[in-house]
Design a protein around this ligand. Structure first.
Ligand code: GRF
Length: 201
């Protein structure tokens, strides 16, 4: 049984999609063991507790990046976590964190990376005028929204789109591909060549 941790700072809809996929057996042989948030106010904390999943708040305010990450890593190790899923976790991870869970940390980003990294990706896409955007699940390295890509999905940008309508269209795909990416990584049926993640099944 592989043990998954979700790290989040907000609403937690990706957490819910992952939890639901685990519950329904779409992510086989896995357990969503713990949710960690740096913000007490994160909606995802309440959602986790309603599902009977342990949810821990470790406040980040006033802490150095690595000092904070050491606390989180200690908890994840204590819980024997195999895979860390960042889902709206609004913090850059320290090299320490990345090394402790090398190739075992995933992130989801609401754009087709390497386009529009960072904050407000949907707004960036609209302002640039792209006709398609989407979402990306990638392995986390020391850089922001930068590691090797596991899965992407494309959505059209419609003329009438606002940030909200585009974000909603992308979010549906996020929920779908996050579970797919988790399955690929947990099954171990991939290899990394340079930046490319290649399926081996
Ligand atoms: C998602 O759009 C995700 O791609 C981005 O932050 C948002 C989190 O949403 N990294 P939620 O908290 O999972 O609902």
């Amino acid at each position: 049984m592989k043990r998954i941790a979700v790290l989040l700072s907000g609403r937690g809809s990706n957490f819910e999609a992952i939890a639901e996929s685990v519950r329904a057996g779409r992510i086989p042989d896995a357990e969503l063991t713990i949710v960690v948030s740096n913000r007490e106010s994160a909606g995802g904390i309440e959602k986790a507790r309603q599902r009977g999943i342990e949810a821990v708040v470790i406040p980040s305010k006033g802490k150095q990046r690595e000092e904070y990450d050491r606390e989180v890593v200690a908890l994840l190790k204590e819980k024997k976590i195999d895979l860390v899923c960042l889902a709206g976790f609004m913090r850059l991870l320290s090299p320490y964190f990345v090394q402790e869970f090398r190739h075992r940390i995933l992130n989801i980003h609401p754009a087709l990376l390497p386009s529009f990294p960072g904050l407000e990706a949907q707004k960036q896409a609209l302002e640039w005028g792209v006709k398609f955007s989407g979402c990306t699940v990638h392995l986390v390295d020391e850089h922001l929204d930068a590691g090797p890509i596991i899965c992407q999905a494309v959505v059209p940008v419609e003329d009438g789109d606002t940030e909200e309508t585009l974000a909603a269209r992308i979010l549906r795909e996020e929920h779908r591909i996050y579970a797919e990416a988790i399955n690929i990584v947990l099954s171990g049926r991939y290899r990394i060549e340079g930046r490319r993640v290649l399926r081996t099944d």
